[in-house]
Design a protein around this ligand. Structure first.
Ligand code: AMP
Ligand code: MG
Length: 311
């Protein structure tokens, strides 16, 4: 049993092949920092432990520790920290290179794009709408691809990869229209059909994503989807920040408002502000840039859901 759960990565650790991938990752990370710096965003350091973390819209097991009698969770995302930080200063926006732990269920093992430990560049912009955030991300993706094409010619050649510079603006579809056309598997199907990254909007998910006041039951949120079957790159949205709305949506999702007491108190006192943001998975970005089929092969110490790990 144990044997079958262990996937040996030892032969992967820093071979010449993995070095090619890591060089591409290094350039991608540099491009991200440079671009966000040019956009005047402020970088925060990651939070790894907190009494609250992202409730997510799919089931994972919690990773918890007890410290001095207080239960703390390992970060699933820094959504609440982002909202609180952006509200308390008048910065244009913030970002974090944020390591996340999500103990994903076994069914994610073969998705090719899930790990239990990954990093996202998690961004939040103050008082902007979806389109402004999407514009920022389109610029980010193009600047990453430009840099990797320029700096990693030999690496890309060795991996047999040629990267397209996507046309702007990226296409935008609503989840409703894609579902009608392509069925339940619309994300995967549309990803297979497109040649450039594109947006899908309006998903029902976590309570903090803004419900459209003009169209109740619709949401001002979005996913960026990679083409060629590489699927989801980023999820994000405009945020709800008013106490009454947040409370109603928490209850609608059968979650316990007491858990979010500190955050809800801030909202009650009118201390939260409008914002839009999202998180771009780093390992998934590198997977897309290198056209590697399984995310396991992107990083040397990767942890795929449902396995036992040697290191
Ligand atoms: P989310 O807001 O939950 O969609 O997470 C933000 C981004 O992080 C996603 O769009 C992915 O790029 C990445 N991500 C989320 N979960 C995982 C995972 N289990 N493994 C690798 N990357 C992930
Ligand atoms: Mg998502």
């Amino acid at each position: 049993m144990l044997e079958s759960l262990i996937h040996s990565n030892s032969q992967n650790i820093l071979t010449s092949h993995s070095m090619l991938i890591l060089q591409i990752q290094t350039e991608a990370l540099k491009a991200i920092h440079d671009y966000l710096y040019e956009q005047n965003l402020i970088q925060l350091m990651p939070v790894m432990l907190s009494p609250i973390t992202d409730p997510l819209s799919h089931e994972t097991s919690d990773a918890k520790i007890t410290y001095f009698g207080q239960e703390l969770q390992l970060t699933k995302s820094m959504i609440f920290h982002k909202q609180l930080a952006i509200a308390s200063s008048n910065t244009k926006g913030i970002y974090i290179m944020s390591p996340n732990i999500r103990l994903e269920k076994y069914d994610k093992r073969d998705s090719g794009r899930h790990l239990i430990e990954f990093s996202q560049v998690d961004i939040e912009l103050r008082e902007v709408n979806s389109l402004k955030f999407m514009e920022l991300i389109e610029g980010l993706i193009i600047s990453v691809i430009n840099r990797v094409k320029e700096k990693c010619k030999i690496g890309l050649e060795n991996l047999g990869v040629s990267l397209r510079i996507p046309a702007r603006p990226f296409k935008i579809y609503s989840s409703e229209e894609l579902k009608k056309k392509l069925g339940e598997n619309f994300e995967k199907e549309s990803s297979l059909r497109e040649i450039d990254p594109f947006w899908i909007t309006d998903y029902y998910r976590e309570f903090y994503d803004k419900e459209d006041p003009k169209r109740p039951g619709h949401y001002l949120n979005y996913d960026l989807i990679y083409p060629e079957g590489f699927n989801e790159a980023l999820s994000g949205g405009e945020r709800d920040f008013e106490y009454k709305i947040l409370l109603r949506k928490i209850k609608e999702r059968h979650q316990n408002p007491e858990i979010f007491e500190f955050y809800l108190d801030e909202a009650k006192e009118g201390k939260l502000v409008a914002s839009a943001g999202g998180g771009l998975g780093i390992e998934r970005l590198v997977r897309f840039l290198t056209k590697i089929q399984h995310i396991r092969d992107v990083s040397p110490f990767s942890k795929v859901p449902g396995e036992h790990y040697q290191i």
